[in-house]
Structures are given as structure tokens and as C-alpha cells.
Design a protein around this ligand. Structure first.
Ligand code: PLP
Length: 418
């Protein structure tokens, strides 16, 4: 088991107070807090080694480049990529998915081709495919969920046809917490020669990820959801796939030679990293990975299963509380969405904030899923390696108080939530 008290000491923000109460930070699916090591890596870079990379002949440039390249190597090892050149740095998951949509899908899809997505996708892994559909004439098929919030694998198997060219699926849902059977889905996709893109935004931070074991063609994730800075993300791609794609952004660094009317491209990964990269945040991302490795990803996962089990158990005793997503903590991530009868999630979020508790309320960039669940919004508490059982108790206590408050004031719900 991990030493949560010791871990909490590494996160300065966790000792602050909000509205006079100790901060209880349960908005980790949106973004995570940063340990001192990551904050220090950023300031160390700007104080000591700040320089542009790739063309520099001076010491600072060499040091910055060394640290930047080291971060790529750390990411590659973290996800068990077969080579570092399969790790493309982007701004975030959203840009990573768009890179695949522009570089691969727009290049290779044609009218009649089919893309399969799931109804639980974040808009980042949904809207790019709508645009691909409009631009290429490909069509979109959507896999439904069962009522327990798990993916309908039986339906997925039926939707796959020889026309399927691409499957896009989230590894872990940012609303339901559901962890999807990506390897099984990849095997079915590859049987018909389709590619599979996995949105790992809610999985890479929380569990060991092995892109070779998953056999995915693309895997996308964001540093800021795994203790790293904002502004840096990753698209992993299989070497043979990345080689065939068209560049997404054009400019400096991504070229080998520029002639009057045409250019040739740099080797991987630089072909897809045009312009000056986000050097400082990438290096600090490497430090975040060091931190997670220091704790151990199997241990991070075990802690989350344990705390999620406690959350689900605690919330299941509430009257009028609907939990969305699987009830088996071992089959899901630590993101728990719920609604309390008669209280709009935004109102609930505001009341909890007065108690120092940060949760998220809204559609969570998953409107197709909200419609499937029959609601317009949910409250969402999401947990990470520094969260404690005491914080779950604080959440439960604040929910009880909110229920009592709304019962007294009789404030009506603003929107129709089932
Ligand atoms: N995919 C999932 C499942 C997410 O939860 C998120 C963010 O919440 C994203 C994609 C988008 O991540 P980013 O905003 O870092 O691009």
C-alpha cells in the first residue's frame, strides 16, 4: 500500500484552505495537482538551462536538448513503446487525437469507409471524427453501453465490418469510470484490417499501460492529468503507421529539405513536431513520470481501487443518489459520477465548494453519453493517489448537509435529470 500521508506532503496545494476549510480536491479527472518535484523542474529549467533545442551549438542548448530527449525516453518506457520515435509530443490529448485525424484519417479514408466510436467518448475523441466524416465521406457508427455502464462488446462485434477502417475508444471513461477491454477490441479491429485509436487521458495516469500489450495503433494522453504541467501531451503511434501519415503542422524542424515547390520530411518523431516545442513542460512531464514510477503504477492503481470501493460503498447508502457506471471498483477507474434527487449538480458543486470540496458538475464534454444516461449533467468526484478515506467521509458529510439544506429551502432542480 502507498504512504498517502507522505505523498500528500509533496503537494503544496493540498495544505491550503478553501472557504475556511481544508481543501478536498476531487477534480482529478479534469486536472491533477503537481508535486514539488514537478514545480521545481519548471523553475530549474528556466533558471538554469533555458535555450531552444535542435539547432543550438552552445552548452545551454545541449543541456535543454538532453533533458527534452530524456523526457521522451521516460514516456516511451512508461507506456512500453517499442521505440522512442513512436512518442510524438503534442499539446494535450485533444491535439493528439486531431493529429491522427488529420495525418492518418484524412489521408486514407474515403466514402463508404466506417469509423466506430463509443457513446462514452469525450468530445475530444468524438468531434474530430465527425469532421473527418464530413471531409472524407466516411460514416460513423456508435457502440452503446449496457445499463451498468460497461461497453456493449456484443454490439461492437456486430458493428465491425470489412468497411471498418478505424475504431476510436476511450481506455477509461471520464464519466462512468468504465475501463474498456481495449485489447479485445484491438484484436477484432485488426481482423478486418482496421486501426484502433485509444484515448488514454483517464487511464495512463491511473494504471500501468503497455501499448504493445494493448496492440493499439494510436494511444493519446495528457501530462496535466498525471501530475505534469498543462500544455504537453502525447500521441503514441505504431512505427509503420506514423511513417505513412501526412504531417499535421508544417514549419521548422519537421522538414528534411525545402525546395522551391516541395519539401521532404524529417525522421520520426520530428516529422510531427513542427516549430519550437514546449521544452520546459516536457522536461517537467518527465519529472512527473519519475514521481509516478517512484510510487509505482501498480500501487497507484491498487490505491485507487481501494478508495473507489470505499466511495461506492459510502454513496450507496444515500437515499435518492444515483451512481452512474460499474459498481465493481476493480473494473473501473476512480471517477465517480452521480446525481442527488432534486439538486442540480451545479448547485451541488457550489455547496460542496463552500465546504472546501472541489468536484466537477456538468456534461463533462460527453454530451452523447449524457443523452444516453437520460440526464443533462452529473456531479463528478474523481480520485487520485493523494486522496484519502477521510476525504471521502468529508464528501459524504457535505452531501448529507446539501440534502438537508435543499430539503429545507426546497430549491427546485433547474434542469431535467432522470
Ligand atoms: N479524453 C478524455 C477521456 C478526457 O477525460 C479528457 C479531458 O478531460 C480529454 C480526452 C481531453 O484532454 P485534454 O483537455 O487534456 O486534451
Amino acid at each position: 500500500m502507498i504512504d498517502v500521508a507522505r505523498i500528500r506532503n509533496d503537494f503544496p496545494i493540498l495544505s491550503r484552505r478553501v472557504n475556511g476549510k481544508p481543501l478536498v480536491y476531487l477534480d482529478n479527472a479534469a486536472t491533477t495537482q503537481k508535486p514539488n518535484a514537478v514545480i521545481d523542474a519548471l523553475t530549474h529549467y528556466y533558471r538554469n538551462t533555458n535555450a531552444n533545442i535542435h539547432r543550438g551549438v552552445h552548452t545551454l542548448a545541449a543541456e535543454a536538448e538532453r533533458d527534452y530527449d530524456a523526457a521522451r525516453a521516460k514516456v516511451a518506457r512508461f507506456i512500453n513503446a517499442p521505440q522512442e520515435s513512436s512518442v510524438i509530443f503534442t499539446r494535450n490529448t485533444t491535439e493528439a487525437v486531431n493529429l491522427a485525424a488529420y495525418g492518418w484519417a484524412r489521408e486514407f479514408l474515403k466514402p463508404g469507409d466506417e469509423i466506430i466510436v463509443t457513446v462514452m467518448e469525450h468530445h475530444s475523441n468524438y468531434v474530430p471524427w465527425q469532421l473527418v466524416m464530413q471531409d472524407t465521406g466516411a460514416t460513423l457508427k456508435i457502440v452503446d453501453i449496457a445499463d451498468d455502464g460497461t461497453l456493449r462488446l456484443d454490439e461492437y462485434a456486430k458493428l465491425i465490418t470489412p468497411r471498418t477502417r478505424l475504431v476510436c475508444v476511450t481506455h477509461a471513461s471520464n464519466v462512468l469510470g468504465t475501463v474498456n477491454p481495449v485489447r479485445q477490441m484491438a484484436d477484432l479491429a485488426h481482423k478486418v484490417d482496421a486501426k484502433i485509436l485509444v484515448d488514454g487521458a483517464q487511464a495512463a495516469p491511473h494504471m500501468p499501460v503497455d501499448v504493445q500489450g494493448l496492440d493499439c495503433d494510436f494511444y493519446a494522453f495528457s501530462a496535466h492529468k498525471m501530475l505534469g504541467p498543462t500544455g504537453i501531451g502525447v500521441l503514441y503511434g505504431k512505427d509503420e503507421v506514423l511513417r505513412t501519415m501526412r504531417p499535421f503542422l508544417a514549419g521548422g524542424d519537421m522538414i528534411r529539405e525545402v525546395k522551391r515547390d516541395t519539401s521532404s520530411w524529417n525522421v520520426l518523431p520530428y516529422k510531427y513536431e513542427a516549430g519550437t516545442p514546449n521544452i520546459a513542460d516536457t522536461i517537467a512531464f518527465g519529472t512527473a513520470i519519475d514521481y509516478l514510477n517512484g510510487v509505482g503504477m501498480p500501487e497507484v492503481r491498487a490505491h485507487e481501487i481501494e478508495i473507489t470501493r470505499y466511495v461506492l460503498d459510502t454513496l450507496s447508502h444515500f437515499r435518492g443518489l444515483t451512481i452512474y457506471g460499474p459498481r465493481d471498483a476493480a473494473a473501473r477507474g476512480g471517477t465517480v459520477s452521480f446525481n442527488l434527487d432534486g439538486i442540480h449538480p451545479h448547485d451541488l458543486g457550489t455547496v460542496l465548494d463552500h465546504a472546501g470540496i472541489a468536484i466537477r458538475a456538468g456534461h463533462h464534454c460527453a454530451q452523447p453519453l449524457m443523452r444516453r444516461l437520460g440526464c443533462v449533467a452529473t456531479a463528478r468526484a474523481s480520485f487520485y493517489l493523494y486522496n484519502t478515506r477521510e476525504e471521502v467521509d468529508a464528501l459524504a458529510e457535505a452531501l448529507r448537509e446539501a440534502q438537508a439544506l435543499f430539503k429545507r429551502t426546497g430549491t427546485p432542480q433547474k434542469t431535467g435529470i432522470s
